[in-house]
Design a protein around this ligand. Structure first.
Ligand code: SF4
Length: 443
């Protein structure tokens, strides 16, 4: 049997799709192009209006490109829309929420055996939905994501995640460590720990589970694991122990994604973010004191209901003061069931587009400054793969330096450098990456 997986949205969805691909592969399924697959899974994102609309156009197109395939819809739009998918898309025969990922391989086999069957898996689990162990059976790439929790309890006013991924459930730390060790044993050199709000890891389990700083310490001490990253953090839960970990733990990369969302206290309060701009600046100061080379990225939203030009100016000011190396920025859009969807004083599309443009222009300046600081420096790159092969001459390679910034460089011979740590002197700064050359061997 052949499968094809389409993934939209966040790294949690990527991690779910990676597991599904591996679980199907070890059951004898083969990866295939969309047109040739017996089963197609669409792993969806509902964080904004646009990604949700994308799902519907995809499903319409799949009906034409491969009418015979078993089509399954997973992820946040599946949880949000549920069995209503069947009314609009009768060719969809499987609807599964994020908690049901472990049951998908077996469900696909049942659907393949019984053409009349339709399955919906939309219940939330009371605890973290653990999955079959699948990684040690094949060689793994240099980087992998490891989920440490599911769901979120924060209910930020604009966010649909607590409704589509459920309440926070932390995974057993013993399971997290076992999966990390298994991945390192299968060739992984860098692990990114994933959760909606990793800093509150374990808090839903009281005394029976360790906290995030302890988990980080244990993961970073796994022999053979060269680099550890984590995302996503919440400023209200980022504590001194985790900040201190950046100064102490060698394997912990100097990179942190810390969503600010907005720079105005009035808007932060309406969003229900539970921190202030001054509180956020203090965290940035403490992080830079603990790890001066730390690379900071963030999420920023424009056009939250009632946002004024003055509020927006405070977002631009906060970006300058925090010196973000990069950011993901979005226009606010109503999400079903959220508090903000019912708030008055919605900001017009044209104003949102103008503010997003100005914000992204400022971010380009900040990113150029961040990448420019690497000019002439020698950085250690964990090679993710070949950028392009030049017909027998040494390939050019792509990877990331410890801060997470993308580095491209030319190899000196035809060795496969994937998964290696290579010292590269930066020669050229580009818009979103830098280019360099390998520093003389041995390394
Ligand atoms: S912390 Fe807020 S924005 Fe992030 S997933 Fe939870 S509710 Fe959504």
């Amino acid at each position: 049997m052949k499968y094809h997986i389409k993934t939209f949205g966040c790294q949690m969805n990527v991690c779910d799709s990676d597991w599904l691909a591996q679980a199907l592969y070890i059951r004898g399924w083969e990866p295939a192009a969309e047109e040739e697959a017996d089963a197609i899974l669409v792993n969806t994102c509902s964080v904004r209006e646009k990604p949700e609309q994308k799902v519907y156009s995809q499903l319409g197109r799949l009906k034409r490109s491969n009418p015979g395939a078993v089509v399954g819809v997973g992820g946040c739009v599946a949880q949000q829309v549920g069995e209503r998918f069947w009314e609009r898309f009768p060719h969809v025969r499987l609807v599964f929420g994020p908690d049901a990922v472990p049951s998908v391989p077996e469900s696909l086999e049942r659907l393949a055996a019984d053409p009349g069957l339709r399955i919906s898996l939309l219940d939330f689990c009371g605890s973290y939905p653990e999955r079959e162990r699948v990684w040690s059976l094949t060689q793994q790439p240099a980087q992998r994501f490891v989920t440490i929790m599911q769901g979120c309890d924060n209910f930020c006013a604009y966010c649909i995640v607590p409704f589509t991924r459920g309440r926070q459930r932390s995974r057993d730390s013993s399971e997290v460590l076992r999966e990390c060790q298994e991945l390192v044993g299968s060739g992984v050199r860098e692990i990114t720990l994933l959760g909606q709000n990793v800093n509150s890891y374990g808090r839903d389990r009281g005394e029976e589970e360790i906290g995030f700083a302890d988990l980080l310490e244990r993961v970073c001490s796994i022999p053979g694991l060269m680099r550890v990253r984590f995302t996503t953090s919440h400023p209200k839960d980022l504590d001194g122990e985790v900040i201190d970990a950046f100064a102490r733990l060698e394997a912990l990369c100097p990179a942190l994604h810390l969503p600010l969302q907005a720079g105005s206290d009035r808007i932060l309060q309406r969003m229900g973010r539970k921190y202030t701009r001054q509180g956020y600046f203090r965290l940035v100061e403490e992080l830079r004191a603990a790890r001066p080379d730390i690379v900071l990225s963030t999420d920023l939203m424009v056009g939250f209901p009632s946002e004024t030009e003055e509020d927006f100016q405070q977002t631009l000011d906060a970006m300058q003061r925090s010196g973000f190396d990069s950011s993901f920025s979005f226009k606010y859009s109503d999400r079903p069931g959220t508090r903000a969807a019912n708030m008055p004083d919605k900001v017009g599309e044209a104003v949102k587009a103008d503010r997003l443009e100005r914000l992204q222009a400022l971010q380009e300046e900040l990113t150029a400054r961040s990448l420019g600081s690497l000019q002439g420096e020698t950085v250690t790159v964990l090679v993710e793969g070949a950028d392009s092969r030049n017909n027998g001459s040494p390939a050019s390679w792509r990877g990331r330096e410890p801060g997470g910034r993308v580095v491209n460089f030319s190899g000196t011979d035809n060795r496969d450098l994937t998964g290696s740590l290579v010292p590269v002197r930066v020669r050229e700064v580009k818009k979103h990456s830098v280019y360099g050359e390998v520093v003389n061997e041995p390394w």
